[in-house]
Design a protein around this ligand. Structure first.
Ligand SMILES: Cc1ncc(COP(=O)(O)O)c(C=O)c1O
Length: 232
């Protein structure tokens, strides 16, 4: 199929999803596939739920988008209250983004801004766990410990993080002292994410994830470049 859409691999065409229904995806060639992974493993709403469709349509009929520099909207206000109205773990405000990567960029910048404003500008380092994945933007990659995904971009990542092995506690920084033994004064934050199903453990997915298996879910795996290795 001729496509102008830059897919994740240049070597195979992805399946064309034409319809979603609950846990199922239907493809143009007539297959019905269980979306057991929920998109990239983090979408838990299923496909085409009538209540969700109605809520989206209702909001679109009111206002689709406003920029937060000047406006707020009722839906965002209500969602923020649902999420943090009872201040879970001391969280008092919600900030909405369009993706996990963008959310982590925002968290990194908020941590920086906080310490600047309280007069501690020397705090510039983050600790991440090895294999921890925080997103594909440069800031989120910089603060993550997924070695395979970091590798192609290492020369242009900021040196703000130190990742520690999930299993051994070892540091990934060659020649550097373990982050935890450095002056804690340098640390604005430790990157810990709570998502219902993190993709952090998928860094070393076997090659079988590259196969499309019509009888099972479209399984999550590391994004693949044309070489089939690291991802965007
Ligand atoms: C734990 C975690 N953080 C961040 C991200 C990045 O989110 P997104 O792909 O929405 O940018 C993911 C994506 O899978 C994730 O699993």
């Amino acid at each position: 199929m001729m496509s102008f859409f830059l897919h994740r691999t240049l070597f195979a065409d992805p399946m064309l999803a034409t319809r979603g229904e609950g846990i199922y995806l239907h493809t143009a060639d007539g297959r019905k596939i269980i979306d057991g992974s929920g998109g990239a493993a983090v979408a838990c709403l299923g496909h085409g739920h009538p209540r969700i469709n109605a809520a989206i349509a209702e909001q679109l009929s009111k206002v689709a988008y406003v920029h937060t520099v000047l406006f707020t909207n009722q839906a965002a206000e209500e969602l923020a209250e649902i999420l943090v109205g009872h201040e879970p773990g001391g969280l008092s405000h919600a900030y909405f983004c369009s993706s996990g990567s963008e959310g982590n960029e925002a968290a990194i910048k908020l941590a920086r801004q906080y310490f600047l404003e309280i007069g501690q500008p020397q705090r510039t380092r983050f600790i991440a766990r090895r294999q921890g994945y925080h997103g594909n933007t440069l800031g989120a990659l910089s603060a993550g410990g997924n070695m395979m995904r970091r590798a192609p971009y290492a020369p242009i990542l900021s040196g703000c993080s130190d990742s520690r092995s999930t299993f051994t506690g070892g540091s990934s920084s060659s020649g550097a002292a373990p982050a935890t033994s450095r002056a804690t004064a340098e640390l604005p934050s430790i990157m810990v994410q709570c998502r219902s199903t993190s993709t952090a453990g998928q860094g070393s997915c076997p090659d079988s994830t590259a196969r499309s298996d019509a009888s099972t879910a479209a399984r999550p795996g590391p994004p693949r470049s044309p070489s089939g290795k690291a991802g965007a």
